[in-house]
Design a protein around this ligand. Structure first.
Ligand SMILES: [Zn+2]
Length: 269
C-alpha cells in the first residue's frame, strides 16, 4: 500500500478513536453505572486516568516503530490467493469477523498461558473500569498481539485496509464495553445478543477467577456462546473489579511486572 494511503487510514483511525473516547468520557460522567469508589490505598480517579493514558501514550510512541511495520510487512507479503475482483465492501466485513474470532482466541490464550498473562494482567489490575481502561495495555502485549496476528494476515491474505477497519472497531468496541455508562437495561440486553456490552465485559474484570476466565469476546458476543465461555453472572454495582487476592497501583511496578522473576507474577490464582 502507498505511504499516503497508510497515513490516511491511520489518520482516520485516530480521529474516530479520539472522538469516540471523548463522547464516552462525557457520557459516563453524566450517567455513571457505578460511583467511583476511593481505594483503601488512596487510589484516586485522576491517578487511574493518568496511569491508563500513560500506557496509551507509550503504545502510541512505540507502535509506529514496531507494531505498524510488523502489520504492514504481513499485509504486503500475504499469500495472494484472493481474486482481484473480490469487492472491498464484502471483504472488509468478512475480514472483521475472522479477525474478531482470532482475537477471541488470542485473548483466551492470554488468560490460559502464564507467559502471556504476565503482560495481560497489567490490564486487569485496574481496580475500577471506565473508557480509559480500554487503552491500558502493556506494550509487550501490544507487540506480541501484532506478531501473533501476522500469520493470520499472511495466510488469509487480509488487506491492510481490513486490518485498520478491524482495529478501529476493536478500539470503539473496547472503549464502549469498558465504559462506566449506565444504559437502559432492555437496550443493553438486546445489544448484547450481537455485541459485547459493559454488562458482559465488566464480569470479565470481576475479581473472581471463575469470572475473569470467561467472557473473552471483543466485538461480537457469539464466540463466547459458541465456545461455552460465557459467564452466567450478571454485573452488579458492588462487584469488586481487579485480580483476586492481588493489587498493584504503582505505574513503574506495573510496567516492569512482566519481567519480574518471582513465580506469583506468572502464576494463575
Ligand atoms: Zn482479559
Amino acid at each position: 500500500m502507498e505511504q499516503a494511503g497508510v497515513q490516511l487510514l491511520l489518520g482516520a483511525k485516530s480521529l474516530v478513536v479520539v472522538g469516540w473516547l471523548a463522547l464516552m468520557l462525557g457520557l459516563e460522567r453524566l450517567k455513571p453505572a457505578t460511583p467511583w469508589k476511593q481505594g483503601a490505598d488512596g487510589f484516586s480517579q485522576p491517578r487511574h486516568v493518568f496511569h491508563n493514558l500513560s500506557f496509551w501514550g507509550l503504545n502510541a510512541l512505540l507502535s509506529p516503530l514496531l507494531v505498524l511495520p510488523v502489520t504492514l510487512a504481513a499485509a504486503a507479503h500475504a499469500i495472494p490467493w484472493r481474486p482481484a475482483d473480490w469487492p472491498l465492501w464484502a471483504m472488509v466485513p468478512l475480514d472483521i469477523i475472522l479477525l474478531d474470532l482470532w482475537i477471541y482466541g488470542w485473548h483466551r490464550l492470554n488468560h490460559e498461558w502464564p507467559f502471556l498473562w504476565r503482560f495481560h494482567q497489567v490490564h486487569h489490575f485496574d481496580e475500577q473500569l471506565d473508557s480509559t481502561t480500554a487503552l491500558r495495555f502493556h506494550f509487550g502485549e501490544v507487540l506480541l498481539s501484532a506478531l501473533a496476528r501476522s500469520p493470520v494476515i499472511l495466510l488469509l491474505d487480509i488487506p491492510f485496509v481490513s486490518v485498520i477497519a478491524f482495529e478501529i472497531l476493536v478500539l470503539v468496541g473496547s472503549i464502549f464495553h469498558h465504559s462506566n455508562i449506565s444504559l437502559p437495561r432492555r437496550f443493553e440486553s438486546a445489544l448484547s445478543r450481537v455485541m459485547i456490552t459493559p454488562a458482559i465485559h465488566w464480569v470479565h474484570h470481576h475479581a473472581r477467577q471463575r469470572d475473569t476466565d470467561s467472557n473473552y469476546g471483543t466485538i461480537l458476543s457469539v464466540w463466547d456462546r459458541l465456545f461455552a465461555s460465557r459467564s452466567r453472572r450478571r454485573r452488579s454495582p458492588d462487584m469488586t473489579i481487579g485480580i483476586e487476592g492481588r493489587a498493584e497501583n504503582r505505574l513503574l511496578p506495573l510496567l516492569l511486572m512482566p519481567f519480574r522473576s518471582d513465580r506469583s507474577v506468572a502464576g494463575r490464582l
